[in-house]
Design a protein around this ligand. Structure first.
Ligand code: GAL
Length: 640
């Protein structure tokens, strides 16, 4: 399969007499895909039942005639205003009990049955009409589930769906579940929180103080399941009318629902990559770091998501939106350095992407995103990004097809663990995502190529497996981790919780092959790290270990920071960058895994045929006698 480029386009924003010219210019720039439709419900159905698809027929025809292929989005992220007259209670309710009102987007509750019916109706109409259209090459469901904190809704619909979900989860002999099982699982004897029936259970908001963590965790699980079932309603309909692949565009650093489970219902995973917006808005890093990468983005953040969504899509994945210039939504919105649009695009291909689409074609002259750059200026003159996109289009035309990624390391990523950490963080800033990301970054600084996979996947063949912070590990997972022949790093906090977020006894990883338990946990202020002998420190989270295993790292206070038994290493604290790099270097050296220490800003990625090098920095860097200029993409063919 060829590597391809595309763009997100909103024909409904522009006069019809521009469409042909736009299509021609897209094709001339070397683009192959045009995503349309995902916010256009009010144009498809201006009032209830009044259907206007002729404009969509026409633009699909125009794009197809220009040789472009359409990604058709279902418009369910933006129900029109009239929908609220029909379903006044369809809005999501926030944690404070306030409606999340009409006037922007994503104003719906995943649990509202009436809204689900409306979605089924519009998706069926679209699938019937365009399912066999030769120009519709792919479908996108909705737009960025969870974006703008829209997974959790505290509405009446959510409450009644949650109760039904609990009844199934804690089954009894009849239809009504077994409330005593739930009381026990949640530990409701604490503070007299016991229930007599499922009907009494409310959503875990507006409580006087912290709600029961088991209650919150089940609510999070339920909310994730609602997203999964909402999405599958759409994919089932589309599949019954169309053979074109279906995707959903996930958003960066978004963990409120299980992306692997939504991915199970997709043919292709895709994600929306905004490197500069994310650096300012989502990356946790010191100011000097942000300053030095303000116009390039964090050298690991895009790659992290590429490596994640490749697994979510079971090998097939795209970047559905890529930043083309300044965005409008981060605290600061600088322009990318020349060369970065090209670098980001190639980096996605190096991680196995089939397509990279830019957001958006032409900058909008109105509404919320008028300050957001496009490939064209609002007056249709080329914006700087289009030249780089055109260059990439020419380059991929001469480059090999999509290649398989080769990874030495598996980093296990588990959405449930994220919800558990968020529910019981035990200290400020202790987020599972950041723990994972610290590990990822350290591995990448050693030049390693990584797959980010679900713990359910088979990881037996990887040279190294890293599994930090998996709060609950079932017996099967523990067995698979312990049975590995190669080095395996777990912890901190791994395996310490029951599936209901109670304490697993004894506290600690409870892995069959290593004798270690945790006798005490303390969390630390950012300004009180504990040094580790030999370099680096434990920060944020520190465990006191009771063990007969071998010491692996000792802290300056004489206590153990990590222990090992054979190939299994348990980290009893949150290691900083230096400590992680030192630990991984030692482990890899012992296991014969080849490393190359990357200079500041340089990263690499291996595929079945090529080794790619990307310099995110602003300086020329040298490694093994070769120099890498700033913003450069270097490709080495390693296999013909
Ligand atoms: C994405 C979203 C797009 C657009 C873009 C702006 O999150 O999917 O519709 O809003 O951000 O950067």
């Amino acid at each position: 399969m060829k590597r391809t480029l595309g763009v997100c386009y909103y024909p409904e924003h522009w006069p019809q007499n521009l469409w042909k010219e736009d299509a021609k210019r897209m094709a001339e720039a070397g683009l192959s895909w045009v995503r349309i439709g995902e916010f256009a419900w009010s144009k498809m159905e201006p009032s209830p039942g009044e259907l206007k698809f002729e404009w969509l027929d026409e633009i699909i025809e125009i794009l197809g005639a220009a040789g472009l292929s359409v990604v058709l989005g279902t418009p369910t992220a933006t129900p029109p205003r009239w929908m609220l007259e029909k379903h006044p209670d369809m809005l999501a309710i926030d944690k404070e009990g306030r409606p999340r009102k009409f006037g922007s987007r994503r104003h719906y509750c995943f649990s509202h049955e009436g809204y689900r019916e409306e979605c089924i109706r519009i998706v069926t109409l679209m699938a019937e009409r365009y399912g066999k259209n030769p120009h519709v090459g792919a479908w996108q469901t909705d737009n960025e589930y969870a974006c703008h904190d829209t997974t959790h809704s505290y509405s009446d619909s959510a409450r009644s769906a949650f109760k039904n979900w609990l009844r199934v989860r804690y089954p009894g002999s009849g239809n009504d579940g077994d409330i005593s099982t739930l009381n026990e699982a949640w530990g409701n004897v604490f503070w007299s929180m016991e229930y007599e029936s499922f009907d009494e259970i409310d959503l875990p908001n507006l409580t006087v103080t912290q709600p029961n963590p088991s209650h919150v965790l089940d609510f999070r699980r339920f909310s994730s399941d609602q997203v999964v079932s909402f999405n599958s309603l759409q994919t089932e309909i589309i599949r019954s009318y169309s053979d074109a692949p279906i995707t959903h565009n996930f958003m960066g650093k978004t963990t409120e629902f299980d992306h692997f489970e939504v991915g199970d219902d997709l043919d292709i995973a895709s994600w929306d990559s905004y490197p500069l917006g994310f650096l300012e808005d989502r990356v946790v890093a010191p100011d000097e770091f942000k300053q030095s990468f303000a116009r390039q983005g964090d050298p690991d953040f895009q790659a992290f998501h590429h490596d994640l969504y490749r697994s979510v899509g079971k090998g097939r994945w795209w970047v559905m939106e890529q930043q083309p210039g300044p965005v409008n939504w981060a605290p600061y919105n600088p322009s990318p350095l020349p060369g970065m649009i090209r670098l980001w695009s190639w980096e996605a291909f190096a991680h196995g992407a089939e397509a990279v689409c830019y957001f958006r074609w032409r900058q909008a002259p109105f509404a919320q995103e008028q300050m957001h750059a496009g490939l064209l200026r609002p007056d249709s003159v080329d914006a700087p990004a289009i030249a780089e996109a055109t260059q990439v289009a020419k380059e991929i035309a001469d480059a090999p097809s999509v290649e398989d990624c080769i990874s030495e390391v598996a980093l296990l990523f588990d959405y449930q663990s994220d919800w558990m950490w968020q529910t019981l963080p035990q200290g400020r800033g202790l987020e599972y995502f950041n723990l994972l990301y610290d590990n990822y970054r350290a591995l990448r600084k050693l030049g390693l190529s990584i797959d980010i996979i679900s713990p359910k996947e088979d990881f037996s063949e990887y040279k190294l497996v890293v599994a930090p912070g998996l709060l609950h590990m079932n017996d099967d997972l523990k067995k698979r981790l312990s049975e590995r022949a190669g080095p395996t790093v777990v912890g901190p906090r791994s395996g310490s919780s029951t599936m209901h977020l109670g304490v697993d006894r004894p506290l600690g990883p409870n892995l069959p092959n290593i004798d270690v338990s945790t006798t005490r946990i303390e969390t630390l202020r950012p300004d009180m790290p504990i040094l580790i002998e030999g370099g680096g420190s434990v920060q944020g989270w520190s465990e006191t270990l009771e063990t007969s295993a071998d010491p692996f790292r000792i802290m300056s206070n004489g206590e153990l920071a990590a222990v090992s038994s054979g190939n299994l290493i348990y980290l009893g604290g949150w290691f900083d960058d230096e400590a992680l790099i030192k630990a991984f270097s030692e482990i890899c050296l012992k296991a014969g895994i080849e490393l190359v220490v990357m200079p500041e800003g340089l990263r690499r990625r291996e595929t079945s045929k090529e080794m790619f090098w990307f310099n995110y920095g602003t300086n020329n860097v040298e490694i093994e006698g070769r120099s890498y200029p700033p913003q450069s993409v270097t490709r080495d063919l390693i296999k013909a």
